[in-house]
Design a protein around this ligand. Structure first.
Ligand code: ZN
Length: 274
């Protein structure tokens, strides 16, 4: 599943095609959404917002199209009247005079009135979005001390969209490495300094990944390895997907494990279980 930074970059592409333009036509594959076509055709798209891994297409009317790609959904932007070469099923299309934004395969699509947004089952329970620039490390550090989260193992907590939204599997391993923490530790076991470092890494690593198109390694290390001819998977991350390769900090071999069925990577020397 794409993680917050990838969703946000997709949202940026859709925004470039749709924002400030009038929807000349809208297609909904799902029958129950058909009545909204009449309401939204002729309205102007005002923003494409991300809420964790969900996307909101906002209009200059009190309605938004909510979509969550889950595992399979994928957006394409095309010139009007052209379709991508795919066997996937078209589920939503928003057209204007210059572009068409097309969502394939996603099944989680709704149209919500502004008054419904705060009560939506997904939107109402997600935690602060790591890519929201208003969210601070202090807020995340505070969250780590809350009853609901402090006794959870970091491995599970970091994937819980109710804790912080937008994190996924590669970010989990990378954030823990940057924080020098072991996945089996819990917030309650950490010192204030460790918790602050973790809170900062949650935001910094995610935001760097968005800004760089997925690089979570030190950008300087990544750039010099790339210049030396290393492949993207070899320089992109500190530890994720690098089982058996040497740690960029200490040279120890990176280890892979499965945590709750999802792969995780650590440097056993930089991230000892304390
Ligand atoms: Zn190391």
């Amino acid at each position: 599943m794409p993680e917050g930074p990838e969703i946000r970059r997709a949202a940026d592409r859709i925004a470039a095609a749709l924002v400030d333009r009038t929807a000349t036509d809208i297609f909904f594959a799902f029958e129950h959404l058909q009545p909204f076509r009449e309401i939204l055709v002729g309205a102007t798209v005002t923003a494409i917002e991300t809420r964790g891994k969900a996307l909101l297409t906002r209009f200059d009317k009190p309605y938004s199209i909510y979509s969550h790609n889950q595992l399979y959904g994928v957006w394409y932007v095309r010139a009007p009247g052209t379709l991508p070469d795919t066997k996937r099923q078209l589920r939503l299309a928003i057209h204007n005079r210059n572009k068409s934004a097309l969502l394939y395969s996603a099944s989680d699509i709704e149209v919500l009135h502004d008054s419904e947004l705060p009560y939506h089952p997904f939107l109402s329970r997600i935690g602060p979005d790591a890519l929201d620039s208003k969210v601070t490390p202090e807020e995340i550090a505070e969250r780590l001390t809350e009853k609901a989260f402090m006794r959870r193992r970091l491995a599970g907590l970091l994937l819980d969209q109710g804790f912080v939204s937008g994190l996924g599997n590669y970010l989990r391993s990378e954030i823990l490495f940057v924080s020098r923490l072991h996945p089996q530790q819990r917030p309650i076991d950490l010192s204030d300094t460790d918790r602050d470092r973790l809170a900062r890494a949650i935001l910094d690593v995610t935001r760097q990944s968005y800004a760089t198109g997925g690089i979570t390694n030190d950008p300087a290390i990544a750039a010099s390895l790339k210049a030396e001819g290393w492949k993207r998977w070899q320089y992109r991350h500190w530890v994720f997907s690098r089982a058996g390769e040497p740690c960029f900090v200490c040279g120890t071999r990176i280890e892979k494990s499965a945590i709750a069925g999802r792969r995780a990577y650590i440097c056993p020397k930089c991230q000892p279980l304390r």
